[in-house]
Write a protein that binds this ligand. Sequence first.
Ligand SMILES: Nc1ncnc2c1ncn2[C@@H]1O[C@H](COP(=O)(O)OP(=O)(O)OP(=O)(O)O)[C@@H](O)[C@H]1O
Length: 392
Amino acid sequence: MCFVSRESAEGGGVIVEVDDKVAKVRNIKADSRPDSTWDSREKIVAFSFDYCYWSVDPEDPKYASQEMVFQDLGTSVLMGAFRGYNICLFAYGQTGSGKTYTMMGTPVSCHFGFHDRVSCSFKACSMVLFLEIYNERVRDLLKQSDHKKPYTLRVREHPETGPYVQGLSQHLVTDYKQVVELLEKGIAKRRQQFYLDLAGSERADPSYCKDRITEGANINKSLVTLGIVISTLAQNSQMFSSCQSINTLTSEGESSHGGSPSSGSSGGARRQAYIPYRDSILTWLLKDSLGGNSKTIMIATISPASSSYNETMSTLRYASNAKNIINKPRVNEDANVKLIRELREEIDRLKTMLLSFELRNSSPSWSDDRDGNLTELVLQNEMKVRVICWML
Ligand SMILES: Nc1ncnc2c1ncn2[C@@H]1O[C@H](COP(=O)(O)OP(=O)(O)OP(=O)(O)O)[C@@H](O)[C@H]1O
């Protein structure tokens, strides 16, 4: 949360307060009515989140620096990635509220990422891809177009790995400096695009106005679809957890009455609502991040100024809704690594069985046969692990 010069110039007061994990917004609609018609509770609208940050005044003891935000969110995101999860960190908020500042201000995460990899000395490589979705078109920010017009890329969907941008350039990086260079290159390309849009003389051209209307509609389409996707996912997640509690209660009830466990169909009769991911490029590309195989963090950025009351309330409602979404992240494993892990687990299991047979040793002849088979299995599995490791 920040207070930018535009808002200071407008002279609006600060209507947001942060109290630990709660963001409190003064209801300016209540201010404009006689006191008696409003309950005192209605004068403040409170939203609770996993973290809330206050960065209006650097002199304030509550001031949250970028480092603090990075320690809370960035490190967990990186750790998740190193452990093999898909991760997503996205910022949502009104224009000028600090999305870019929060995400890009100081790319400490890259520093940390490379440093950590060196100290742990595990084998990994990092790729940087940087795209912009604007006006329902995808542009590669790290590849120069041969034509005057920036070329646009198509979004496709892989049956296993999900949506992706076809032909998006990938850049192998080995240190922090290379990442920063690529980020700067991409940001510069993005800004150039926006400044041309804003300052060009083409604004006077009627066809320019037509284009701007289409653009506005497309930007709204992305945001409206994002809102619909978030609220439908939240509804579905809530329905799923309430069905689970109903099933738990039903099976507890049945077992306490001596009946058989529930078949699981009783509570799950209501159908999950359709999620319109493909209605906009943004939601299509964020499909897994929003409602699937990903550890996702949403950062909602707001302005504390009274002039931004409506946008602030809308952003906080979006974020509150998003809090209810339950994702199902899974560790992504290389097929060989997975096989080795499974074989090692099997070896451990067989060794435990062998040990328990040896300890019991109640029937020597039977136990000898079993021991022999198990020992053979352990040896075979150990051999397979050695061969796979050697081939890698
Ligand atoms: N927490 C903060 N502390 C200090 N300055 C900030 C903070 N957040 C944002 N700013 C400053 O406010 C201005 C607007 O921020 P920023 O560009 O990040 O907004 P944005 O949400 O990305 O806007 P847009 O949607 O237009 O891209 C920038 O000058 C930025 O440096």
